[in-house]
Design a protein around this ligand. Structure first.
Ligand SMILES: [Zn+2]
Length: 138
């Protein structure tokens, strides 16, 4: 039986080209990728405790470990918001600040000081930064 994990922060997970976008609290099954151990160690994901009632999004079927995660997912993904790029960035920044506050990564456990690269852990934060610099370059 494979153990169930949930994303402690919004993130993407999966093999190149088959990444899954995960919202905070969303259930995932680690699929034996090289970075799995690191995701657990740094606090991107955590084991779902036994007996937790899993809730499911009625629109897309995504599963969550908490009601709070599900409702935040609904607000982020299933509301037709017409946001300007600036407003979108602000929302993303706000979300990251919140996630830093409630689910900080345990960077004391990083092996970065030992030379381990974290570049293949793609966070939405990095992608946003990339998007911004692309825009600035236009
Ligand atoms: Zn959904």
């Amino acid at each position: 039986m494979s153990e169930m994990y949930f994303a402690r922060r919004s993130m993407t997970y999966g093999r190149n080209g088959a990444e899954q976008i995960l919202d905070r609290g969303q259930i995932l099954t680690l699929s034996g990728l090289i970075n799995d151990e690191k995701l657990v160690r740094l606090g991107y994901v955590a084991l779902v405790s036994k007996g937790v009632a899993i809730v499911e999004c009625g629109k897309c079927g995504a599963k969550f470990a908490t009601d709070e995660g599900l409702s935040s997912h609904g607000r982020e993904r299933h509301r037709n918001l017409k946001l300007t790029p600036k407003e979108e960035d602000e929302r993303t920044d706000k979300r990251h600040k919140l996630e830093d506050a409630i689910a900080p990564l345990d960077l004391t456990k990083t092996k970065a000081s030992l030379g381990e690269s974290t570049s293949n852990v793609v966070t939405t934060q990095k992608r946003t930064a990339k998007k911004r610099s692309n825009r600035a370059a236009v």
